[in-house]
Design a protein around this ligand. Sequence first.
Ligand SMILES: Cc1cc2nc3c(=O)[nH]c(=O)nc-3n(C[C@H](O)[C@H](O)[C@H](O)COP(=O)(O)OP(=O)(O)OC[C@H]3O[C@@H](n4cnc5c(N)ncnc54)[C@H](O)[C@@H]3O)c2cc1C
Ligand code: FES
Length: 243
Amino acid sequence: MKQIMMTIAENRQIAKDTFLMRLTGDTSSLTAPGQFLNIKLQDFFLRRPISVCDYDEDGVCIIYKVVGGGTKRMSALTAGETLDVLCGLGNGYDVFKSGERPVLIGGGVGVPPLYGLCRTLTAQGRQVQVILGFNTQAEVFFAEEFRRLGAQVYVTTADGSVGVKGFVTDVLKDLDYSYFYTCGPMPMFRAIEKIAKTSGQYSFEERMGCGFGACMGCSCKTIAGAKRICKEGPVLEREEILW
Ligand SMILES: Cc1cc2nc3c(=O)[nH]c(=O)nc-3n(C[C@H](O)[C@H](O)[C@H](O)COP(=O)(O)OP(=O)(O)OC[C@H]3O[C@@H](n4cnc5c(N)ncnc54)[C@H](O)[C@@H]3O)c2cc1C
Ligand code: FES
């Protein structure tokens, strides 16, 4: 983990209440898809954790939804402004367990970290399937970007305005896959847990305090005792989680 200053290269709306921000700066502390940044915002005591959507040697891309004061502040920032960022937090996904035909399941703002994961897995020659779940068409983002990586993409919306009407599990139940990776809200995790046919990894976007392992504010029960989502997570293996 490194504390660095990053410069905003781009910050634009890509869907309802949803923004894409590109930041340039030192990304040497990033080692795996699924890690996250913790961003300091002026006038906010706690940093805001946001997953890395993708990165290269020059910078990172993040996608965030405006849900409160911090993300509202982020949405008003413009190119050229700088941000104090803790970079390279968390463990990220283990890409070596995927098998030949993994499925990536994202719900809402759980979709971004799956993009970098998809890029890594397709580069390894895996046949990647992706299920993206949203409430409605106006919230959908990145379906085309995943397709351009060569993935088979399914979109679901709760109101049926685009793609399959229903939830990610309505697609997952009929799919053949070797392993699953997911990120999204807890109700989606519980639904996946009921029907998943293989091992897999869950990435938790729990509320956080310190963000670097000091306060225990993000603990999750596992078979090996409590694990801190910010430090030993955000990715946990299916078999270790106590639901
Ligand atoms: C590891 C990790 C990765 C994340 N990645 C992303 C991402 O890629 N994109 C993204 O949009 N968001 C992501 N989040 C969630 C993001 O951190 C919160 O939405 C953000 O901190 C809210 O800040 P705020 O000041 O706008 O809202 P606040 O004013 O803090 O909260 C507004 C409302 O949102 C709820 N809320 C805040 N944080 C969370 C949370 N973590 N889970 C559920 N509800 C919450 C609050 O209860 C409240 O109702 C991630 C969280 C974690 C822990
Ligand atoms: S947020 Fe403090 S230990 Fe995880």
